[in-house]
Ligand binder design. Sequence first.
Ligand code: G6P
Length: 607
Amino acid sequence: MCGIVGIVGDRPVADRLFDGLKRLEYRGYDSAGICTLDEGDFDRRRAEGKLNNLAAVLADKPLHGTTGIAHTRWATHGAPVVKNAHPHIVGPVAIIHNGIIENFKPLRAELEAEGRTFESDTDTEVVAHLVAREIEGGAEPRDAVAAVLSRLHGAFGMAFLFRDHPGLIIGARHGSPLTVGYGEGENYLGSDAIALAPLSQRIAYLDDGDWVVLTRDEIEIYDKDNQRVEREIVLSGASAASVEKGNYRHYMQKEIFEQPIVVAQTLQSYVRPYEGKVALPDSDLDLSSIRRVTIVACGTSFYAGMVAKYWIEQFARVPVDIDVASEFRYREPVLEKGGLALFISQSGETADTLAALRHAQEEGQIIAAVINVPTSTMAREADIVLPTHAGPEIGVASTKAFTCQLAVLAAFSANLARANGRMSEEEEADLVDRLQKVPEIMNEALDHDEDIAAMAHLVAPARDVLYLGRGPDYPLAMEGALKLKEISYIHAEGYAAGEMKHGPIALIDDAVPVIVLAPSGPLFEKTVSNMEEVRARGGKIIFVSDAEGLEKAGEGCLATIEMPKAHPLIQPIVYAIPVQLLAYHVAVAKGTDVDQPRNLAKSVTVE
Ligand code: G6P
């Protein structure tokens, strides 16, 4: 899983390749590298760690040349050290690669038996050797690549540069996305339209199995059977402007505070305030015919899906199955033809979710997708796109995309409830009224930023933290724990409050902060009982509730956070804010890299 960018140009490429890498950093930031062709030979710079390390190397030893490839890595095979950083060079071939070559071991053994030696621990270097072997045997680059592609298993996107063929790049995709950009006297290759946005808006998405030959004047695309094909050229619309942090210290902080605006933007597509109706944008979907919904997602998007399961079942009385994508695809789920499968993804590129989407498509499901990046693969492959309008999310830990997903899912649940005769016109009008006020309520929640910052020192020294909630606050508890793990590296678990007594209660002592999410309402007393069980064992509680809840049960807690009271279809959107802010401030207190935490990536494009 990595980012790829290539330019066959008529002007120096190093700076522009580096800019492309900055746009692709969301795919990984373990190491990075650039290789250009300069005066008949490869010239390469690589660096471990974040891109600023590569920038320093380039400042010290600039790269020249008008054709080059560049890569930002998320390590799969081989530690994130310079020798494993891409591009890899073997004789006349340089390669960058995203994905995994699953049969690299037998291929490596075959090459080693021939006396070939390897410089890295990567699966990628095997491909470089295979292509180099073909070329050294007299093959032309395109024949060499075509021959090698047929031997590779797995999912990959890759790009090759050839020492003896200046002005040529060959790219190939199988599973992982790859895009070509059309320029004037230049052509481009990239993992996505965003990487290419400043270079070209005229792009074509390669189909699975396609490979492509780029020269300055031409782009030739071939399919998996090596037949020349045309792929539609579209205007990408991806923004070339880089996103700035403004006055905020971190992107994550900025994105947390943007939420009232972007949730309002998102809801605009889903409510008709003057008619008092909720509606899905541009959808011909007959909601009344839906008998079952299957929700699939990963990470934070999965927790948004879990909240939706509570909503859809409670309000629309339609049964919902939910799976993490990596399990769904391989557990042979039983799917009735014509069912609705709902995929949730910020990036629209997560490999497991995409594979699950394709599986559901093969099984005859109607595919709906809640997606933030409109140019993404999932947005292109779904039957119905339910967009979130969160704008680019840069912080690796998802925040604004999550609340926008919840806003869309709340509207979807209400639509389904209405279509099934489970929501009256009055109830619908009332909900629309309340949805209109969501940004205001979110601002009220954000007003607690300073109080929450002041609590960070209560959590920062902990080794373990427990989050408890019931109903839709249970997935929120898991999301809170995930946020804390991701950015502060503290072990945290989100638990259904009632389930605590079946295990996690053994962990409770005065060193384990327990964060309880419990708005007043039908489940309040039950959660408070579980909270008392924690208290009885010396546990330290941070209690998040509304004024009524705090009045009833706030006494004796280590700290309390007061949230405004809200409709059940809105309340999880509001309670997301304190858990995000708490994780953020704890991470800041611990001095971790909030926006690019270790080992993670924004978009996970390997299985
Ligand atoms: C990665 C990110 C998470 C995200 C998950 C799913 O793990 O670090 O923040 O929730 O992928 O991503 P998606 O783009 O499919 O929502």
